[in-house]
Design a protein. Structure first.
Length: 376
């Protein structure tokens, strides 16, 4: 599959490429990751100024109406440059949930600040031993006046240390594994009795363990219908993560090919060895297959076709395995320097490893694909 982009989409892609090429090279990225905050508010403001944070949203909420393909284009370019700023967390996850299940008042209150880059969001859904199951929720919420009061623990919440708001899943009824009874809540990250234990992730980003003790939150969507909203959100997230992964795979292939043209063994470049040529052909094929499947997934997401969850799981698994294969080969072909901090190859390896466990690893999605296929 080869998508023929419109003039506006090509302009978006070239604009993102130019911005990142000029302002987000590998050295700049390393300085951002090593900074105290771990991301650049200046770069985030530049993304907003260029319209990247507005691109996916519909025009009726102040966006540019680019939809899923805009998200795909941006995420793929971000994957090429290992961008650490929370585009997926804020725009795709939180922004998508607000647009799809929020009230008109919530959309008007929250989306403009996301588009302007003045507020950052994170989604807190994972719990200990939940093993990618969106319905496994022990955090509780009880109604108190107009608001709800939340108590519980959330684990590995990506971008939480940077966030102004969290969207938290909590149980308003039912038992731990019930699909029904899970609701979503908007929580101010600086609310009383909300505590974060922040840490660095393997790919240089920031996450946190979140503790809530009688924390006030605002209901987002209908009470008890949070799992369905999160499932749709997961499909959209997989589309963006797969695009980012494909961007990273492409850069790893390019870096490995260039290295093979200069690195010498036994008096000749390693790229002349037939066995290594075969490996790089396999890496190229893996990238092309992943690219085609990623584009199909995002086109299907944009069209709102049925069976998207099955396709999303298939893509997350296939592209995840392709990413792992290419990352393994790239590190091995670069030798010991492949995992050094000074070379970008190891950083791509770590980012691919991180993406592979977000919203379910490849093995989980193989099983989910089989289950959805059997139910079809």
């Amino acid at each position: 599959m080869d998508i023929q982009f419109t003039e506006e989409q090509e302009l978006l892609r070239s604009s993102v490429q130019r911005l990142l090429r000029e302002q987000y090279d590998f050295d700049a990225r390393r300085k951002i990751v090593a900074s105290e905050e771990g991301f650049s508010r200046k770069k985030w403001a530049a993304f907003a100024e260029l319209g990247l944070l507005a691109a996916p949203f519909a025009e009726d909420v102040g966006g540019l109406g680019g939809g899923t393909l805009s998200t795909m284009i941006i995420a793929q370019e971000f994957g090429r440059h290992l961008v650490v700023e929370p585009f997926i967390e804020t725009v795709v996850l939180a922004g998508g949930l607000i647009v799809h299940v929020g009230t008109d008042e919530q959309k008007q209150a929250f989306i403009p600040d996301i588009i302007a880059g003045t507020k950052i969001w994170a989604l807190a859904w994972t719990e200990k031993a939940s093993r990618f199951n969106l319905a496994t929720v022990t955090t509780t919420a009880r109604r108190e006046g107009k608001d709800y009061v939340l108590t519980g623990e959330k684990t590995a919440v990506i971008a939480a240390p940077w966030a102004d708001y969290l969207i938290v899943s909590a149980r308003t009824s039912g038992h731990r594994h019930d699909r029904g009874g899970v609701s979503l809540f908007v929580v101010d990250r600086r609310a009383a009795n909300l505590h974060l234990q922040s840490f660095k992730t393997i790919d240089g980003r920031r996450a946190a363990e979140v503790s809530l003790r009688e924390v006030r939150g605002q209901l987002l969507g209908k009470e008890g219908e949070g799992v369905a909203a999160l499932e749709a959100c997961r499909d959209r997230a997989i589309g963006a993560l797969c695009a980012e992964l494909v961007g990273a795979i492409g850069e790893l292939n390019s870096a490995t090919l260039e290295y093979s043209k200069t690195r010498k063994q036994f008096g000749t470049t390693i790229g002349s060895f037939q066995v290594l040529q075969h490996r790089m052909v396999d890496m190229f094929i893996a990238h092309q297959e992943a690219l085609s499947l990623m584009q199909q997934l995002n086109l299907t997401l944009g069209a709102g076709e049925a069976g998207i969850s099955r396709l999303a799981s298939g893509a997350k698994s296939k592209i995840g395995y392709a990413g792992k294969f290419v990352a393994d080969q790239a590190v091995q072909l670069h030798g010991g320097m492949g995992m050094t901090d000074e070379l970008n190859v190891g950083h791509y390896f770590k980012r691919i490893s991180s993406i592979n466990i977000q919203f379910g690893d490849p093995a989980y999605h193989v099983l989910r694909y089989a289950q959805l296929d059997a139910a079809a």
